[in-house]
Design a protein around this ligand. Sequence first.
Ligand code: FAD
Length: 405
Amino acid sequence: MPGSPPYDVTVIGAGLIGLSTAMHLLERHPRLKVAVVEKDPHPASQQSGHNSGVIHSGIYYRPGSFKARFSVEGRAAMTRFCVDNEVPVWTCGKLIVATREDELPRLDMLLERGTANGVEGLEMVGPERAREIEPHAAAIRALWAPGTGIVDFRRVAAVYLDRVRAMGGEVRFGTRLTTVVERGGETILETTGGTLRTRNAVNCAGLHSDVVARMMGVAPDLRIIPFRGEYYTLKKEREHLVRGLIYPVPDPAFPFLGVHFTRTMKGYVEAGPNAVLATKREGYRKRDFSPAEVIGILGYAGFWRMARRQWRAGVRELNRSFRKGVFVRSLERLIPEVTANDLAKGGAGVRAQAVARDGALVDDFRIERRPGAVHVLNAPSPGATCSLVIGRHIVDLAERSFNLA
Ligand SMILES: Cc1cc2nc3c(=O)[nH]c(=O)nc-3n(C[C@H](O)[C@H](O)[C@H](O)COP(=O)(O)OP(=O)(O)OC[C@H]3O[C@@H](n4cnc5c(N)ncnc54)[C@H](O)[C@@H]3O)c2cc1C
């Protein structure tokens, strides 16, 4: 390797965003030598393969934000991509249900936001029309978003991977980046699979993106705090309770959408996810614990500021995580017929949520450009929906700050 020419671009992380970036780089610049390094043995092993599988339409996000801009375009691009590549996708629509009077102003605000963001087909519906759409949901009023869809994002990642390889990209699994050194205008990446030389790098390391940024000499003004999202699945004989997607009106103080019902393309109906602080970045189980990572979290002033602002929500989420009855009560508000017996324990995902030094949960996507590098520092939901558009955006940034000639 030391004697061979260096890579033009090396992407860290084979999640949806890393693979989309490599794919778009090679589509626009077919002669580039591109590598992707991934510590795990297969693609989409972290957030990209452990999510709700919803192709969001762009309702929730602040007009003008990256999330708002990218999700409207991203939904259309993702749906078309799936159809073109024979990845099963279903535009089943989403019903956001208000079950209390005090939620109605927030539902109105969602309609305003969605309309401002250019989401098509939004419709405010009364209880009768809501029952036609989702016969078992209890709504005093609801927002119907017919363009929202579902997909198994692992299958999307598999297509990205095939495309990258077909265009000559080299994807190395089981290869963890451990150290980065700048030498003679090149970046030397030390990995568990040997040394790689590269002219430019793109950090798409998800739950580890702040660690990788620091390895590359960038001190981001935020830190990734992992939030586990736990799911239940509806038992087969009760799946008829959900036709598509049934969501609550979200709490505006919290960046997560609240536990919801999701029909999946994996063949079952999920309920969740909650949002509990995880004690390990890849802490998929309650018992997963990393002393070093916990010390890191506790040593971050932004964590304590966040804790002061959000402790009530934190306690509520912990309670819902440990007590199935509390989880079920959140779901009963959406579908009164649901009981604890209808739900079996499901999987979990861990969100990479960036927290700023002032304790704010960073809501929007954060992608930063440095000489010879691009860092994806915050790519929470709807990052999977937007992965095609984010990949394209990263290549636009790379064209400005990398020498790709
Ligand atoms: C519970 C949950 C539900 C969600 N629901 C939705 C949804 O319904 N719709 C939606 O659009 N979005 C959803 N999201 C968000 C979406 O999944 C993410 O935005 C998206 O997957 C981010 O992709 P990524 O490539 O940035 O990160 P990841 O998929 O986490 O990929 C990062 C990769 O980097 C690798 N890596 C890290 N460190 C190193 C290193 N040192 N060396 C080599 N490799 C490394 C990791 O192993 C990993 O494979 C959800 C997320 C979660 C967690």
